[in-house]
Design a protein. Sequence first.
Length: 617
Amino acid sequence: MSPCFDSRDPRCKTPYGAVPTSTPVTLTLRPDGAEGFPRCELLAYHEFAASEEVLPLSPTAEGAFTITFSAPAQPELVWYAFRFSRADGSSSCLTRSGWGKNADDHRWQLTVYSERQPTPDWFGRGITYQIFPDRFCRLSLPATDGVVGNRVVHKDWSEPMDYLPDPDGEVRSRDFYGGSLLGISSKLPYLQSLGVSTLYLCPIFESASNHRYNTADYRKIDPFLGTEEDFAHLCSEGRKYGIRVVLDGVFNHTGSNSVYFNQEGFYPSVGAAQSLDSPYAGWYRFSHWPDQYDAWWGIRTLPAVQEDNPDYRAYMVTGKDSVIRRWLRLGASGWRLDVADELPDAFIRDIRLAMEETDPDAILLGEVWEDGSNKIAYSQRRRYLLGDETHALMNYPFRNAALAYLLGGPAEAFYEAMESIRENYPAPAFYSAMNFLGTHDTPRILTLLGQPAPISDRAERRAYRLSEEELRRGVRRLRLAALLLYAFPGSPTIFYGDEAGMQGFEDPFNRGTFPWGHENRELLELYRLLGRIRTQRPSLQKGAIRYHIAQDGLLAFSRQAGDETTWAVFNSGPQERSLALPYPGDLATDLLTGQQFAVLDGELELTLPSLDGLLIV
């Protein structure tokens, strides 16, 4: 930060971070480095309005400069810097990177968002569990008659999965294990024992592939998973256990083998690949009908749709019985938007409006892999978090920073990455982020933290399991990682089976079947304990975060809600470390072990072994 201005310091900027529209904002520059400049101006560029304000700052009796201005009345990204001028007309600009001749680069960011509709608070306060439906729990073998795609069903739940490409060089993901919605319903007591309050389901609609991201029919549950009644049952039974269901919305592309495209002629209706008179022909963009068309990342089995097509938009979003509305009415409590970067802002806004009209308490999440407050996708600045699109995002920046820290990186880097997100995100979005250590798109967290030697052969990667030494190392790190996940603001999200010690490299090896009866008991009991603690502590559900130490392998922060405070302390380094924290009261207790520590003269002294952490009250 500049020695003259620190945007995270309340002496320099209030309020902290992003602000609602029309909020008064006060900026104060301290005199260090600004001597000799009698004038100071604020240079504020409004990106979406494409305009810049130049506002004078007033000198203070202490030799500083200050200004209070009103944030824009409309959602905006304001990029600001300061220009200091001398009496002779010369000037110098101050940005995040320091002093320079101009303010073009490295301005500070002020996110201005709308509070038109509040963010549902149930999601961020609770614990989320992500399920890849085919691999979680099956009650019986499914029948293959009359289903789309050439499916292969593994009779043995523990059989190795298929992974080799077909003669066309494409991995079709046509092998199934038969997990079902009723199987998930049967495990609601298990999920409740973990403290889960939200189920995020990977796609459940009819599809030719086991991952179901190539949708065949948005209005039909895949027969291998069950029926519409089974879905409604899961949602209603889940509510009895305090668990809501969020669905995966794949709206940028369909499957080529679908009701809408019907390239293989499986469906009796006429698809876009069969006739330009098809009611779905306008959904797609053909450069040469029927064999050349836009597809997601060029994958021909995933023809891309045109989201601005009125018929498509009505079918999916705006119509009275649109896909968005239909599944909310049947019991879903929200949507996660797959590849949100590929969806136009106007389309996401329509989804948000349809959800608010159908169920104002439903949550809309987006898959974004970077800082979503200032993301540029396809040369366009996105507006995900400005108040009329997504409520919150998948927090890949948290995963990246946590992994780097847990694998030996400095705590300072974790602090800087997460404070950047907290500063840039609207508070409701930051405290409702979907935080995770792994998903269906990443290797299993236990495998990553066990740090096996590099393996290039895919057959070996499919079969590989951590050695005893790697497993011990991975479990120790995962214990620390889970503690960080549950202590941090946002919804801690478990990728199914991480709590049971599942292993695996990249897709599809991260999508194995849940090892019922063979769980890692140490990890499972840890996740259950963390679930109970999170459920019982309002400070961990919604408390403001404050950092106390971020140095080398040591990280300490507290979460406070009302009169309740919980402290989280971590040592990711290779050596035992001692630290002292200013602490109120006479006694501190670790919620994980029950160990108690005396507090002397307002200071709590702790010694943490390598790869250890505490949760203190």
